[in-house]
Design a protein around this ligand. Sequence first.
Ligand SMILES: Nc1nc2c([nH]c(=O)n2[C@H]2C[C@H](O)[C@@H](COP(=O)(O)OP(=O)(O)OP(=O)(O)O)O2)c(=O)[nH]1
Length: 131
Amino acid sequence: MIKVICAILEKQGHVLIAQRSKHMPEPLQWEFPGGKLEPNEQEQECLIREMQEELALAILPVTRLEPVVYTYPTKTILLIPYICRYVGGNVKLAEHQEYAWVLPQDLPSYDWCPADVPVVAQYLQLKQTAS
Ligand SMILES: Nc1nc2c([nH]c(=O)n2[C@H]2C[C@H](O)[C@@H](COP(=O)(O)OP(=O)(O)OP(=O)(O)O)O2)c(=O)[nH]1
């Protein structure tokens, strides 16, 4: 099973989401940016690296959410989400097609990678409980 770490990056009440390019697996679908955990890497370390490589952003992972297992036709992934705090940088796309800072309530209206759908639900649930 492939472990994928993803960031729910919060900044001024908005959340960063990214659209996969047509050359990536799961083309043109939206995701929480991140990537595969490498051997001998800590989850938070992986996320800090991926956010820097893919988006030129410095972030701090804060809260680990419940991981989601999802089976695609050719692979099974364990998607591990972290709510993250923005530290610095301006978005510079290296791999993605597009990005957007969206209000939490608008998250459900995007065409998500299927593995992310329960992550969005979990995040919104948590936000409701917190407020
Ligand atoms: N990064 C990320 N990947 C996701 C999410 N949801 C989801 O199903 N995936 C899938 C898409 C890919 O099949 C896989 C992650 O691969 P990736 O291509 O983003 O990771 P990577 O940058 O480390 O990969 P690579 O280019 O080194 O092969 O997980 C998500 O929210 N974020």
